[in-house]
Design a protein around this ligand. Sequence first.
Ligand SMILES: C[S@@+](CC[C@H](N)C(=O)[O-])C[C@H]1O[C@@H](n2cnc3c(N)ncnc32)[C@H](O)[C@@H]1O
Length: 345
Amino acid sequence: MSDRAFQLLQSTLQSGCKRGLWIADENLLSSQIAANPDFHAISNRWDLHQHLLTQGWQSEYSDFDFSQMTDSSHDRVVYRVSKEKPVVHHVINEAFRILQPGGQLWLAGDKGEGIKTYFDKTRKLFGDGDIEKADKDTWLGIFNRTDSQGPLLDTQQYPKLRETVADDNYHYWSKPGVFGWNKVDKGSAYLIEHLDSFLMMMPDTPKNILDLGCGYGYLSLNAAHLNVPVTATDNNAAAVAACQRNFERYPVNGKVIAADCAEEIQEKFDLILCNPPFHAGFGVEGDLTDRFLQSTRQHLSAKGTACFVVNLHIPLERKALNWFHQVEPIAANSNFKLIRLSHPK
Ligand SMILES: C[S@@+](CC[C@H](N)C(=O)[O-])C[C@H]1O[C@@H](n2cnc3c(N)ncnc32)[C@H](O)[C@@H]1O
């Protein structure tokens, strides 16, 4: 387990308490940590949730929805802070609500993630807390919930889906926690600009489409005019909820599925659209691009075609040759390239 901040929380996760909650976010997949029946876990990542279940943890998959947890119902909450500020603020506010007086929030993170500012705000909300520097970058804070409540942290209404961005075709609904939640990603826009010319290169009109790593559903929505069923899938619970909402609003003929690189999806597709992630959590996971390529190979019908958009510096073509007989760059601008993949090996 390489994440130093998470290491600081392991002893408390392995100790006894009456009712503990572990908020499991980001890149903790390599952690092998024995299940503790005194804790239940909540994660917004499908892969991490599955990983915890296989290790014997009680785990729940949701967009950090604490609404079913009653006030003062826990005596410990353990959290290695997430990357996005509204998520962290939401979790800290909810931790205060669900902790009983005297209960503890254990919080860890790195200097570069703003952990010291989180500590200042948490101490004002909780009324009490100790912080400790583990090394030059990594800090641990333990906050005791007092009876008096200080100011809540600004969550930008974290749980709420809202209209965040629009273009000539759609008003997109999204929320903090979703990739690029309040903008249209330039790479994805580039793919859609070229979608019609890409389709002209296909021998037949596709009968179905997979949007792999769908986020709030930008690619799906902009392919919906093809009038064939669209399956959109993502690992992240906030993305799945936002995409589902956009599918219902327009409506899009299709379904949205929470899955890790589409693993749980058995169907094959004639067209796969993908703007793959290349960062996973706090680390840079070199093999994530490979996993997306491998999944594309598994899910592409024999005569199907996939279109990937990536930053120019990603060596997608070289990696893709492991999985496809045909790999062709079909367009590029100063930032992105579009790669066409066909004839799965
Ligand atoms: C670069 S974003 C593209 C989002 C969206 N297609 C768009 O165009 O705005 C990559 C997406 O992949 C998702 N993702 C990351 N790891 C994943 C995994 N293991 N399985 C499925 N989706 C994943 C992220 O949550 C994110 O929504």
